[in-house]
Ligand binder design. Structure first.
Ligand SMILES: [Fe+2]
Ligand SMILES: [Fe+2]
Length: 372
């Protein structure tokens, strides 16, 4: 019997465990995971030498505690189906919900695996013990998460081919500092998303239409510690969060990450209906938690209660519907529709950037524990 990805000590072992499972016709799922649009999870590459040169001595005490927690590996063996995994009636699931839920699983699996690929590569290329150790631990977690989502997909007769994705998906280059901002935020927003759904379903178990949601609590704790690691990395170089230009970049990334989530979630109305969640409430709730957490290291938060915030996000969402319609329609008229939609989305994004931020005095020590 081969090892299961949930017990793997490294990302490589977890991926191998997934690859060893019986093959499935997974071309469609892999194709979805392969797509690169503004709204689909991407794979990233960066200047690994620059990242390898980070000196963590200024945050040594907090660093060692965090690495110690991650090495203790409280979630080893957790991401595996057990007796809590209720039977899923895939055939009986309402077709629209099924399509949206599968899309959600594929996109989540790709996002988890995107982290794994980036972290694994940093570990492989680096020689700085602190950095390689951290990235190896984070790659391990993300590979387990991706493997577990794939286990859920397999029951529906599909799976994402992780080995193939690593080879064939296009990689986007980001400078290290952009990796810090984007990855810090995606880990923390990942925590906020998972915990918000988990708490909601704790209160309303009748909406738990799939067992995977029962695993979200421990899951989000992994994402929380990954975010903590990036908060410490950001702390090693005060310039990253203090200069005027970098503060503008932080505002840009906050706006991009929040608005992408809003638009992406609004593409799955049936999924949110089944969960008993209003996507607007959910979006704002996740933004609120993420903003609160990000005060640990970012010198500002977005004003998500500003009168222009929600209406502008909705305009962006409408523009996105127009782009999708244009793509479907094809031809010159479809192309024109897409262009108009893209211009509208662009204007909406710029408009979001003009909303004044709320300043924040960053604490000396960034470390937090999951509190939601
Ligand atoms: Fe993850
Ligand atoms: Fe993560």
């Amino acid at each position: 019997m081969n090892m299961h990805s949930s017990n793997a000590a490294t990302a490589e072992e977890a991926i191998a465990a997934q690859e060893a499972l019986p093959p499935l016709t997974n071309e469609e799922a892999t194709q979805v995971a392969m797509s690169n649009t503004l709204l689909t999870p991407r794979f990233y590459t960066t200047d690994f030498d620059e990242m390898d040169a980070i000196d963590v001595s200024s945050v040594r005490d907090e660093w060692d505690v965090l690495i110690g927690q991650m090495k203790a590996d409280p979630n080893k063996g957790h991401f595996k189906k057990n007796e809590d995994w209720d039977t899923v009636d895939w055939d009986g699931m309402e077709p629209k919900l099924k399509a949206e839920f599968i899309d959600f699983l594929i996109s989540s699996c790709t996002a988890e695996f995107s982290g794994c690929v980036l972290y694994k590569e940093m570990k492989r290329r680096g020689s700085n013990k602190d950095i390689t150790e951290l990235f190896q631990l984070m790659a391990r977690d993300e590979a387990r998460h991706a493997g577990f989502i794939n286990d859920a997909l397999r029951e529906a007769g599909i799976a994402v081919n992780l080995g193939f994705l690593t080879q064939a998906k296009k990689y986007t280059y980001f400078r290290p500092k952009f990796i810090y901002y984007a990855t810090y935020l995606s880990e923390k927003i990942g925590y906020a998303r998972y915990i918000t759904i988990f708490r909601h379903l704790e209160a309303h178990p009748e909406h738990r239409f799939h067992p995977i949601f029962k695993w979200f609590c421990e899951w989000c704790n992994d994402e929380f510690s990954h975010g903590e690691a990036f908060a410490l990395l950001l702390k090693t170089d005060p310039k990253l969060t203090q200069t005027w230009a970098n503060r503008m970049w932080i505002k840009f990334f906050l706006t991009a990450v929040f608005s992408t989530m809003w638009v992406r979630d609004h593409q799955r109305p049936e999924f949110h209906k089944a969960l008993g969640v209003d996507p607007k409430w959910y979006g704002q709730e996740v933004f609120r938690k993420t903003s609160e957490i990000s005060k640990q290291v970012f010198p500002m938060t977005l004003d998500i209660d500003h009168p222009r915030w929600e209406p502008t996000l909705n305009r962006m969402q409408d523009a996105n519907v127009q782009i999708a319609e244009g793509r479907k329609q094809g031809g010159v008229a479809g192309w024109a529709k897409r262009m108009v939609g893209s211009a509208k989305a662009g204007f909406a994004f710029v408009s979001l950037l003009t909303i004044p931020v709320e300043k924040n005095a960053v604490p000396d020590s960034p470390r937090l524990e999951p509190a939601y």
